[in-house]
Design a protein around this ligand. Structure first.
Ligand code: PGA
Length: 264
Protein backbone atom coordinates (compact mmCIF):
# COMPACT_ATOMS: atom_id res chain seq x y z
CA UNK A 1 0.00 0.00 0.00
CA UNK A 2 1.58 3.28 -0.97
CA UNK A 3 0.54 6.24 1.11
CA UNK A 4 1.14 9.76 -0.19
CA UNK A 5 3.45 11.54 2.25
CA UNK A 6 2.33 14.67 4.08
CA UNK A 7 4.61 17.54 4.99
CA UNK A 8 2.70 19.79 7.37
CA UNK A 9 3.86 23.09 8.82
CA UNK A 10 2.43 24.11 12.18
CA UNK A 11 3.10 27.83 12.53
CA UNK A 12 1.70 27.85 16.09
CA UNK A 13 1.13 31.38 17.51
CA UNK A 14 3.55 33.06 15.13
CA UNK A 15 3.49 35.54 12.25
CA UNK A 16 1.33 38.58 11.54
CA UNK A 17 -0.75 38.64 8.36
CA UNK A 18 1.95 40.30 6.27
CA UNK A 19 4.55 37.82 7.54
CA UNK A 20 2.25 34.84 6.90
CA UNK A 21 1.64 36.07 3.37
CA UNK A 22 5.37 36.45 2.67
CA UNK A 23 6.20 32.99 4.02
CA UNK A 24 3.31 31.32 2.22
CA UNK A 25 4.31 32.98 -1.03
CA UNK A 26 7.85 31.71 -0.52
CA UNK A 27 6.50 28.17 -0.24
CA UNK A 28 4.12 28.65 -3.15
CA UNK A 29 6.88 29.81 -5.48
CA UNK A 30 8.81 26.62 -4.67
CA UNK A 31 5.92 24.15 -5.03
CA UNK A 32 4.80 25.83 -8.27
CA UNK A 33 7.83 24.22 -9.92
CA UNK A 34 6.24 20.80 -9.48
CA UNK A 35 2.95 19.10 -10.29
CA UNK A 36 0.66 18.01 -7.47
CA UNK A 37 1.54 14.36 -8.20
CA UNK A 38 5.26 15.03 -7.79
CA UNK A 39 4.79 16.74 -4.45
CA UNK A 40 3.91 15.32 -1.06
CA UNK A 41 0.63 16.66 0.34
CA UNK A 42 1.80 20.01 1.70
CA UNK A 43 -0.32 21.39 4.54
CA UNK A 44 0.15 24.73 6.29
CA UNK A 45 -1.51 25.65 9.59
CA UNK A 46 -1.28 29.43 10.15
CA UNK A 47 -2.96 31.45 12.89
CA UNK A 48 -6.69 32.03 12.39
CA UNK A 49 -6.28 35.67 11.37
CA UNK A 50 -4.11 34.63 8.40
CA UNK A 51 -6.32 31.81 7.13
CA UNK A 52 -8.30 33.74 4.54
CA UNK A 53 -5.27 35.38 3.07
CA UNK A 54 -3.21 32.21 2.90
CA UNK A 55 -6.15 30.21 1.45
CA UNK A 56 -6.55 32.74 -1.33
CA UNK A 57 -2.89 32.30 -2.28
CA UNK A 58 -3.18 28.49 -2.04
CA UNK A 59 -6.12 28.43 -4.39
CA UNK A 60 -4.44 30.79 -6.75
CA UNK A 61 -1.51 28.38 -7.02
CA UNK A 62 -3.56 25.47 -8.29
CA UNK A 63 -7.09 24.62 -7.32
CA UNK A 64 -7.07 22.20 -10.24
CA UNK A 65 -4.57 19.97 -8.44
CA UNK A 66 -4.00 21.37 -5.00
CA UNK A 67 -0.35 21.88 -4.23
CA UNK A 68 -0.91 23.62 -0.90
CA UNK A 69 -3.59 22.74 1.63
CA UNK A 70 -4.51 24.85 4.62
CA UNK A 71 -5.23 23.66 8.16
CA UNK A 72 -6.68 25.06 11.33
CA UNK A 73 -4.59 24.58 14.49
CA UNK A 74 -7.65 23.74 16.59
CA UNK A 75 -11.46 23.76 16.48
CA UNK A 76 -14.50 23.32 18.67
CA UNK A 77 -16.83 20.34 18.26
CA UNK A 78 -20.03 22.39 18.30
CA UNK A 79 -21.12 24.08 15.09
CA UNK A 80 -21.91 27.50 16.62
CA UNK A 81 -23.10 29.19 19.80
CA UNK A 82 -21.91 30.65 23.06
CA UNK A 83 -18.30 29.42 23.08
CA UNK A 84 -16.28 32.61 23.39
CA UNK A 85 -12.90 32.40 21.73
CA UNK A 86 -13.61 29.17 19.86
CA UNK A 87 -13.92 28.37 16.15
CA UNK A 88 -16.10 25.77 14.43
CA UNK A 89 -15.28 23.28 11.69
CA UNK A 90 -17.63 25.05 9.30
CA UNK A 91 -15.84 28.36 9.96
CA UNK A 92 -12.50 26.76 9.21
CA UNK A 93 -13.91 25.23 6.03
CA UNK A 94 -15.32 28.62 5.09
CA UNK A 95 -11.81 30.09 5.52
CA UNK A 96 -10.37 27.51 3.11
CA UNK A 97 -9.17 24.77 5.45
CA UNK A 98 -9.24 21.11 4.51
CA UNK A 99 -7.34 19.82 7.58
CA UNK A 100 -7.47 20.57 11.32
CA UNK A 101 -4.72 19.78 13.83
CA UNK A 102 -6.19 18.51 17.09
CA UNK A 103 -4.78 17.27 20.36
CA UNK A 104 -1.41 18.97 20.02
CA UNK A 105 0.54 18.47 23.24
CA UNK A 106 0.62 22.25 23.77
CA UNK A 107 -3.20 22.29 23.76
CA UNK A 108 -3.37 19.28 26.04
CA UNK A 109 -0.85 20.86 28.41
CA UNK A 110 -1.80 24.56 28.45
CA UNK A 111 -5.52 24.32 27.69
CA UNK A 112 -6.33 21.08 29.50
CA UNK A 113 -7.66 19.27 26.45
CA UNK A 114 -8.73 15.74 27.28
CA UNK A 115 -8.88 12.64 25.11
CA UNK A 116 -12.66 12.92 25.22
CA UNK A 117 -12.59 16.47 23.81
CA UNK A 118 -10.17 15.38 21.10
CA UNK A 119 -12.51 12.54 20.13
CA UNK A 120 -15.44 14.98 19.86
CA UNK A 121 -13.34 17.30 17.73
CA UNK A 122 -12.25 14.44 15.43
CA UNK A 123 -15.88 13.42 14.91
CA UNK A 124 -16.96 17.01 14.17
CA UNK A 125 -14.11 17.50 11.70
CA UNK A 126 -14.93 14.30 9.80
CA UNK A 127 -18.65 15.08 9.82
CA UNK A 128 -17.81 18.47 8.30
CA UNK A 129 -15.82 16.84 5.50
CA UNK A 130 -12.38 17.92 6.73
CA UNK A 131 -9.45 15.75 7.80
CA UNK A 132 -8.23 15.67 11.40
CA UNK A 133 -4.51 15.53 12.15
CA UNK A 134 -4.66 13.87 15.55
CA UNK A 135 -1.56 14.41 17.69
CA UNK A 136 -0.31 12.03 20.33
CA UNK A 137 2.94 11.64 22.24
CA UNK A 138 4.58 10.86 25.54
CA UNK A 139 6.47 13.06 27.99
CA UNK A 140 10.09 12.41 28.92
CA UNK A 141 8.95 11.14 32.31
CA UNK A 142 6.60 8.64 30.66
CA UNK A 143 9.31 7.48 28.27
CA UNK A 144 11.77 7.01 31.11
CA UNK A 145 9.29 5.06 33.15
CA UNK A 146 8.59 2.71 30.22
CA UNK A 147 4.92 3.54 29.59
CA UNK A 148 5.31 5.12 26.13
CA UNK A 149 3.47 2.45 24.16
CA UNK A 150 0.57 1.96 26.55
CA UNK A 151 0.10 5.74 26.93
CA UNK A 152 0.04 6.37 23.19
CA UNK A 153 -2.19 3.36 22.51
CA UNK A 154 -4.70 4.74 24.99
CA UNK A 155 -4.58 8.22 23.41
CA UNK A 156 -5.25 6.68 19.98
CA UNK A 157 -8.05 4.38 21.17
CA UNK A 158 -9.77 7.32 22.86
CA UNK A 159 -9.33 9.67 19.88
CA UNK A 160 -10.76 7.15 17.42
CA UNK A 161 -13.61 5.81 19.58
CA UNK A 162 -16.89 5.57 17.66
CA UNK A 163 -15.38 6.68 14.33
CA UNK A 164 -16.13 4.48 11.29
CA UNK A 165 -13.31 2.55 9.63
CA UNK A 166 -13.83 4.58 6.49
CA UNK A 167 -13.32 7.84 8.37
CA UNK A 168 -10.34 6.47 10.28
CA UNK A 169 -8.74 5.52 6.95
CA UNK A 170 -8.77 9.12 5.74
CA UNK A 171 -7.58 10.62 9.03
CA UNK A 172 -4.01 11.54 9.87
CA UNK A 173 -2.13 10.86 13.11
CA UNK A 174 0.99 12.71 14.20
CA UNK A 175 3.28 11.01 16.68
CA UNK A 176 5.07 13.81 18.52
CA UNK A 177 7.11 12.88 21.57
CA UNK A 178 6.74 15.91 23.82
CA UNK A 179 10.41 15.90 24.76
CA UNK A 180 11.34 16.28 21.07
CA UNK A 181 9.08 19.28 20.35
CA UNK A 182 10.99 22.53 19.97
CA UNK A 183 14.03 21.10 21.72
CA UNK A 184 16.23 20.47 18.68
CA UNK A 185 16.43 16.86 19.87
CA UNK A 186 14.62 14.69 17.34
CA UNK A 187 13.54 11.16 18.31
CA UNK A 188 15.80 8.49 16.82
CA UNK A 189 14.15 7.60 13.51
CA UNK A 190 14.24 3.82 14.16
CA UNK A 191 12.44 4.40 17.44
CA UNK A 192 9.93 6.82 15.86
CA UNK A 193 9.23 4.17 13.21
CA UNK A 194 8.76 1.52 15.89
CA UNK A 195 6.23 3.65 17.79
CA UNK A 196 4.41 4.53 14.56
CA UNK A 197 4.18 0.82 13.66
CA UNK A 198 2.74 0.22 17.11
CA UNK A 199 0.17 2.99 16.46
CA UNK A 200 -0.73 1.34 13.15
CA UNK A 201 -1.33 -1.88 15.07
CA UNK A 202 -3.73 -0.07 17.40
CA UNK A 203 -5.54 1.43 14.41
CA UNK A 204 -5.85 -2.06 12.94
CA UNK A 205 -7.40 -3.32 16.18
CA UNK A 206 -9.96 -0.53 16.37
CA UNK A 207 -10.74 0.05 12.69
CA UNK A 208 -9.41 -2.95 10.76
CA UNK A 209 -6.36 -3.63 8.64
CA UNK A 210 -7.53 -1.64 5.61
CA UNK A 211 -7.85 1.53 7.68
CA UNK A 212 -4.44 0.82 9.25
CA UNK A 213 -2.89 0.48 5.78
CA UNK A 214 -4.46 3.71 4.55
CA UNK A 215 -4.09 6.06 7.52
CA UNK A 216 -1.13 8.38 7.27
CA UNK A 217 0.96 8.60 10.41
CA UNK A 218 3.46 11.45 10.68
CA UNK A 219 6.40 12.05 12.95
CA UNK A 220 6.83 15.44 14.63
CA UNK A 221 9.45 16.86 16.97
CA UNK A 222 12.45 18.92 15.83
CA UNK A 223 12.19 17.79 12.19
CA UNK A 224 14.78 19.67 10.12
CA UNK A 225 16.21 19.50 6.60
CA UNK A 226 19.07 17.44 8.05
CA UNK A 227 16.76 14.80 9.60
CA UNK A 228 13.95 14.39 7.06
CA UNK A 229 15.61 12.02 4.60
CA UNK A 230 16.36 9.43 7.21
CA UNK A 231 12.89 9.82 8.75
CA UNK A 232 11.14 9.50 5.39
CA UNK A 233 13.14 6.42 4.46
CA UNK A 234 11.50 4.44 7.28
CA UNK A 235 8.72 1.99 6.44
CA UNK A 236 5.92 3.47 8.52
CA UNK A 237 6.70 7.19 8.74
CA UNK A 238 4.35 8.84 6.24
CA UNK A 239 5.48 12.41 6.67
CA UNK A 240 6.21 15.09 9.20
CA UNK A 241 4.52 17.75 11.31
CA UNK A 242 6.98 20.59 11.57
CA UNK A 243 7.03 23.56 13.91
CA UNK A 244 10.24 25.62 14.04
CA UNK A 245 11.60 24.62 10.64
CA UNK A 246 8.29 25.53 8.96
CA UNK A 247 8.72 29.20 9.86
CA UNK A 248 11.34 29.81 7.17
CA UNK A 249 10.58 29.14 3.49
CA UNK A 250 14.16 28.00 2.94
CA UNK A 251 14.11 25.19 5.50
CA UNK A 252 10.50 24.14 4.84
CA UNK A 253 11.06 24.01 1.07
CA UNK A 254 14.22 21.98 1.61
CA UNK A 255 12.21 19.51 3.68
CA UNK A 256 9.66 19.20 0.84
CA UNK A 257 12.43 18.75 -1.71
CA UNK A 258 14.18 16.05 0.29
CA UNK A 259 10.88 14.25 0.90
CA UNK A 260 10.28 14.13 -2.85
CA UNK A 261 13.71 12.51 -3.35
CA UNK A 262 13.09 9.77 -0.83
CA UNK A 263 9.39 9.12 -0.71
CA UNK A 264 6.98 10.53 -3.29
P1 PGA B 1 9.04 21.51 16.29
O1 PGA B 1 7.45 21.44 16.59
O2 PGA B 1 9.23 21.06 14.86
O3 PGA B 1 9.39 22.95 16.50
O4 PGA B 1 9.69 20.58 17.25
C1 PGA B 1 6.67 20.37 16.14
C2 PGA B 1 5.24 20.51 16.58
O5 PGA B 1 5.00 20.98 17.70
O6 PGA B 1 4.32 20.18 15.82
Amino acid sequence: MSRKPIIAGNWKMNLLQSESKALFEGIKSFVSNYSATQLPTVVIAPVFTSLNQVSAIACDCGCEGTRLSVAGQNCHWESSGAYTGEISVEMLKDAGCSYVIIGHSERRQYFSESDEMINKKAKAILAGGLIPIICCGESLEQRESGVTDSWIASQIRAALAGISSEDVAKSVIAYEPIWAIGTGKSCDSEEANRVIKMIRGVVSEVAGSQAADSIRILYGGSVKPSTIEEQMSKSDIDGALIGGASLKAESFNEIIEKTMKVAV
